[in-house]
Design a binder for this molecule. Structure first.
Ligand code: SAM
Length: 570
């Protein structure tokens, strides 16, 4: 990191001779020079020198003694008349540069002076101003050659450099505070330390299996483990997550023979914009969901021994049906509903379902928050921000199971319908009739159909409040929680290679912050009586947004025999 600055300063040593702080790269020798700002402009430079020396001596008895204290003055001369009125009477430029014997002394002095109180003003100080002598002369001479403007510009540049340093330090302090908060949060989570054995077993399993290439069916980077599944993760937040007990078993549960999937239902065929890579990623996401659904088939009433009533599976925020359609093709014994606020997506979903010959798919335009239909299993794949929270509440309102993989958690918003008014507008605008069903006839028929579970008026619309769980609410206030969510979100980092950043040191905190937000969701469902498992997607190649929250009502845990990890009920 280099600091560029240029300023004209008088020194105590050469008593008024000028030195020029140069744009040389900041290095150790540069840190001999210490910037001190927030001086009173109306103090005489001699007084400033005296009180800075006194402040330094007061700060700590062992304070280093500066070899010079340079306080650039306003000077006098013809240009004085051109000053703005607000500068009239000023005697110094609001900052000084202190010179010390070496960089250690400079750093110690800056630490001692930063925040020190002088006549009721908190000084700002940082090391790292590099100076070199210019051609000498009295600073007041500057006025003869435009030095006044130059000095002001240089002072501004120095102040900007100082502010940059302060911002960097603030960022480091924020990161340290976030890290501390996350550590405290993790240790207060109801699952922390309750099942070390299970977490340990999960860890050993991951380590032992790291050479198992059967699991790497779609893992294009040749890594044996999931990128998230490193030791640090498993020792921390990862110990609160469940791991499939057998990769073979899990891969088998999630397996879809894509060659036999109707092409219109295959996400690999429909993702022209994202190309083949996105298509593959989508397939892996679908298989990850399918593994959970298959493991819980009996509980969900799927398969040959299923329930008498056909289960209804709703894919909330289904888009064009990348998750819904292949699952519907695998499970003709269930009814599937795809719900999305975007009428164009729903049109495409309908067309794809028709082309795939799937008779068990209904496509609905609408808001998750307003859904009033039946639902035995709620699915949500990458539904942004609070949309996922609304899905969890929808499931909870009906005692339905859920499998969700959230995304864009930096976009969390509290609220109910007020906060989604914009989305409602989008629907009525696109639809033209305001009933949100996309058919333009205005009769709102999809809300009256047989899927409505609460006859006689429907349920109250959902309101999402963050944090979601008692656990989280007991630990952090809402603003700090929103900071967590923002820290966890990588979607807004333009120019950053997300995978590299998220998997490396840079991503350590976002990864932990994401786990905290997802565990908050899981904890809220658990507090509502759900058996909950926090998991990662089955295949490493499924992408960065790979947290999966699985919940079954009344504490049920049909996945138990298939996974290692902490107990589902907490
Ligand atoms: C990132 S896309 C994911 C689509 C699909 N699940 C997939 O994985 O291919 C998120 C979808 O959620 C929909 N969505 C977001 N918030 C919604 C809400 N409150 N109600 C209904 N749909 C919503 C968007 O229109 C969008 O189609």
């Amino acid at each position: 990191m280099s600091t560029r600055c240029e300023t004209v300063v008088g020194t105590a040593a050469d008593d008024g001779a000028s030195v020029r702080a140069s744009g040389a790269a900041r290095d150790d020798s540069g840190e001999r020079y210490v910037y001190v700002g927030n001086l009173d402009f109306f103090d005489d430079p001699d007084d400033v020198r005296r009180y800075l020396a006194a402040a330094l001596a007061r700060a700590t008895p062992a304070s280093p003694v500066p070899s010079s204290i340079a306080v650039p003055g306003w000077g006098s001369g013809p240009r004085v008349d051109q000053r703005k009125r607000r500068d009239e009477g000023k005697l110094n430029r609001g900052f000084a540069v202190l010179e010390f014997a070496d960089a250690d002394a400079g750093r110690a002095a800056a630490a001692a002076l930063d925040g020190a109180d002088v006549n009721g003003r908190a000084l700002r100080s940082s090391p790292g101003v590099t100076v070199k002598k210019n051609d000498g002369g009295d600073p007041s001479d500057d006025d003869d050659n435009g030095g006044e403007d130059e000095a002001a510009a240089l002072a501004r540049a120095e102040r900007r450099a100082h502010n940059r340093r302060q911002r960097r330090r603030r960022k480091q302090r924020d990161a340290a505070a976030l890290e501390e908060r996350l550590e405290r949060l993790m240790r207060t989570h109801p699952l922390w330390g309750t099942d070390d054995r299970a977490a340990g077993e999960a860890r050993r399993f991951v380590e032992a299996d790291s050479s198992d290439d059967r699991y790497d069916r779609y893992d294009d980077d040749d890594d044996d483990d999931g990128w998230w599944d490193d030791e640090t993760w498993r020792e921390g937040w990862g110990s609160l997550y469940s791991v499939w007990a057998s990769k073979d078993d899990a891969t088998g549960l999630g397996f879809i023979d894509w060659a036999k999937c109707p092409p219109a239902a295959d996400p690999a065929g429909s993702n022209k914009r994202g190309g083949a890579a996105r298509g593959t990623r989508k397939r892996l996401q679908v298989e990850s969901f399918r593994a959970v659904v298959s493991a819980a088939a009996t509980t969900l009433g799927l398969g040959p021994g299923g329930s008498k009533r056909r289960p209804t599976i709703v894919d909330f925020g289904c888009g064009t049906g990348n998750l819904l359609l292949p699952l519907a093709a695998q499970h003709p014994e269930a009814d599937f509903v795809g719900l999305d606020l975007n009428p164009r997506s729903i049109d495409l979903l309908s067309a794809r379902a028709r082309d795939a010959g799937l008779a068990n798919v209904a496509a609905r335009v609408g808001l998750i928050e307003e859904y009033e239909g039946r639902c035995d299993l709620a699915l949500a794949l990458h539904v942004c921000g609070s949309g996922t929270d609304a899905v969890l509440l929808q499931a909870q309102a009906r005692g339905a199971a859920f499998v969700v993989a959230p995304c864009c958690i930096g976009k969390l918003r509290d609220g109910g319908l007020k906060s989604v008014a914009g989305m409602k507008n989008a629907i009525s605008t696109a639809d033209g009739d305001g009933d949100g069903n996309g058919d333009g006839d205005g009769d709102g028929d999809w809300r009256d159909d047989t899927l409505v579970v609460r006859p006689g008026g429907g349920m109250p619309h959902l309101t999402v409040i963050h944090p979601r769980s008692r656990w989280m609410r007991g630990e952090v206030q809402r603003p700090a929680y929103m900071d967590l969510a923002a820290a966890a979100d990588w979607s807004g980092h333009a120019g950053v290679d997300a995978m590299e950043a998220f998997t490396g040191e840079l991503g350590r905190l976002p990864r932990a912050a994401k786990a905290a937000v997802e565990l908050d969701r899981g904890a809220a469902a658990a507090e509502a009586g759900y058996g909950v498992r926090m998991m990662k997607m089955l295949h490493p190649g499924a992408g960065l947004k790979n947290d999966v929250i699985v919940g079954f009502p009344r504490g049920a845990d049909p996945l138990r025999e298939h996974v290692f990890g902490p107990d589902a009920s907490f």
